[in-house]
Design a binder for this molecule. Structure first.
Ligand code: SF4
Ligand code: SF4
Length: 160
């Protein structure tokens, strides 16, 4: 399907750019979702923090849990996502290019800490940790919507 919306072209590696503002994509809905969700063009928090959780969240203890082969032990009661307990972390489940196009390969089974980590200004709540991770990768912090301008969504700028 060809998207020729009058919208900014996102230079995403998985899509074939056909013209100034045309992309060959599976569906326009996917394209709009990418526009509306800055996490899909970010991924900074998945490569900035140690991602630890109670050991029993993994699928050797909880059906449908985190794939245990993607985790490491962290003491007697906790585990971490592989790749995140190092000086320069990057979760083993993160696919894509940070600041461009990313996805979590275990999204439906991700740890609770990932489920509760919200992007900054979602429902008007500032998340400094989101800002910190984005800043590390040279991405501008998300901003709150302009209360005086209903047409300004504010909090969902394009990733730089
Ligand atoms: S750092 Fe913020 S915007 Fe980026 S993926 Fe994480 S929650 Fe989303
Ligand atoms: S499990 Fe998924 S959401 Fe959590 S840090 Fe890894 S890639 Fe990110």
């Amino acid at each position: 399907m060809i998207c020729s919306d009058e919208i900014n072209c996102l230079d995403l590696p998985n899509f074939v750019k056909l013209g100034t503002c045309e992309l060959e994509i599976n569906s326009i809905e996917i394209f709009k979702e990418i526009q509306d969700n800055p996490c899909l063009t970010c991924g900074a928090c998945c490569a900035f923090f140690r991602v630890s959780f109670y050991w029993a969240e993994a699928d050797d203890a909880s059906e449908g849990g985190i794939p245990v082969h993607l985790t490491e032990d962290l003491g007697p009661f906790r585990r971490v996502m592989k790749g995140t307990n190092v000086v320069q972390p990057r979760c083993v489940a993160l696919e894509g290019t940070i600041g461009n196009s990313v996805l979590c390969s275990i999204y439906e089974n991700r740890p609770s800490v990932c489920r509760t980590f919200e992007l900054s200004w979602k429902e008007n709540v500032h998340n400094i940790s989101c800002d910190e991770a984005r800043n590390y990768y040279g991405l501008a912090a998300l901003t709150p919507p302009n209360q005086n301008d209903p047409d300004d969504p504010g909090h969902y700028p394009r990733a730089a």
